[in-house]
Every structure is written in structure tokens, then in C-alpha cells.
Design a protein around this ligand. Sequence first.
Ligand code: SAM
Length: 278
Amino acid sequence: MISPEAVQFFLMLLRKESGLALDESKKYLLETRLEPLAAQEGYASINDLYMAVRNTNNSLLRQEVVDAMTTNETSFFRDRMPFDIFKNEVIPDLIKRNERSRRIRIWCAACSTGQEPYSLAMELASMSAKMPGWNIKILGTDITEAVLKKAREGTYSQHDIQRGLPTPYLIRFFKQSGMNWVLNSDLKRMVEFKRLNLLSNFSWIGQFDIVFCRNILIYFDVETKKTVIGRIGGVLAPHGALFLGGSETLLGIDNPFVRAGGMKGKYYHLNGAPAPVR
Ligand SMILES: C[S@@+](CC[C@H](N)C(=O)[O-])C[C@H]1O[C@@H](n2cnc3c(N)ncnc32)[C@H](O)[C@@H]1O
């Protein structure tokens, strides 16, 4: 059984390194996720893992603890509605707004194994006739290198495919390889993946027309949410759109965003709706 000191240590470590705000009621989660890691790393128990992490400067082991505790749940076109709004409202608006630069930049913060940015890439590829010659880049970032590796490979199991991917997109964008499905290289090339901790100061990453930051804020405390959302405001273009997860809200957090699209989907503009384009 995990000792009270180990519980306190891991809760503090997770909050500091990844923003994951758990309390003691989630002791079972520490046990179910860190016991396998302890065994894999050759420690007799989770308490021995705690001693090892506490007493060494082994940053790799710390990272493994953080990685083991992250929830990487994702799927293609998760919740569907944000992707419809993306395709039917936000991109058509950008086609007018960015007519001169013919450039669109999208960031999927906390993209896990890549289904979210690739869903956006598939929607954009299916609209390519409306935007010939446009320069479109999608950046996918996550704190965990293992999920980014899978995202870069673009290879998904039958189970991954069955969760949300429309059949016409499967036929058009994937090839079967044994039991798996491999995304085609044109689609893969639309997305670049990088490791990025949302707790870090990411003001260097550039400016984006659209940010998807979905199903990650729920794990943060109010202060961390406020900091991360404020920084996202700093890298979003003035007309930009921010998409959050279905159960996430900015209520009660001092922030520069105003909800758009009525009750249809969780998306926001900076300081209210941008002036319409002619
Ligand atoms: C539940 S998944 C959400 C994936 C996708 N956005 C979606 O909605 O389907 C949350 C992801 O956030 C990542 N994550 C956790 N803490 C993070 C942090 N501090 N910075 C960046 N990513 C983080 C996890 O590794 C995980 O892949």
C-alpha cells in the first residue's frame, strides 16, 4: 500500500511538473497507475519508486511518473460538434479574412495520440477545392513523448478507427496494414508534432488563427487554468477562435475570451466576436 508521504510527494510532483491537480481522494489512481511503473522499473513497490524519485535527480524517472499519470483518452472527431463548427463556420470565415496571406495556422495543445489534429487535417483536405494553394499548418503538442511518437507514426488500430472516424474518411485517407490503419503521407505532412508543457511559457510558438485546447483544463486548478488561458490569449490572432472540451468552462476565471456560437459548441473569441468580413 502506498505510504502517506509517498502520496503527498507524488501529488506535489504532479502539480508542479504537469499541472495535474489531484487530492488525496485520488490515492487509488496513484496506485493503479504507478504500481505498474514501479514493477517495470524494477522497484519492489510504489514506495520504493517514491524513494528513488525523491532521492535522485533522475529527470527521466520523474517524467515517467508524470507520463504514467496523464490521461491520454482521445478519439477522431471527439464530440463531433466542434469539428462541424470548425468546418462550417470558422474556416469559411478565415477564407475571407486571410484572403491576402492565404495562410492558416492551427494549434492543438494537448493533442495526445494525434486523432484531434488529424481530424482537423481531414476536414481541411476535404475542403481543399475551396482553398487552392493555401498554406495551412497544424501544430500538435503534448507533454508526453510516447503519445507524440504514436501521433507522428499515424498508425491506428481498428478500435481507434471505430471511434468516430467516418467511413468515407477512412477510405480516402487511410491504408490498411495488417491489423492497423496507416494515415496517408499528405495528411501526415499537414501536422507537425512537438513536445510542449502547457505550464511553460510558450509565447515563442508563434501566432495561431485557431487553438484547440480540449480536455486538459479540467485537470488543472483555477490558477493554472487562468495562466494557461491567458497565455493562449497571447498567441491567438485577434480574430482567432479557441475551442475547449465539452465539460470545460472559463466561468469564474478572469480571462480575455467571450463565448461564441451560442450553446452549439464550446468555442470562444478574444474580447468578443471579431468584426465581420465583407
Ligand atoms: C485527455 S487528453 C485530450 C486529448 C485531446 N485534446 C482530446 O480532447 O481528445 C489530455 C492530454 O493532455 C496531455 N497533458 C497533460 N498535462 C499536460 C501539460 N501540462 N502540458 C501539455 N499537455 C499535457 C496529456 O498527456 C494528454 O495527452
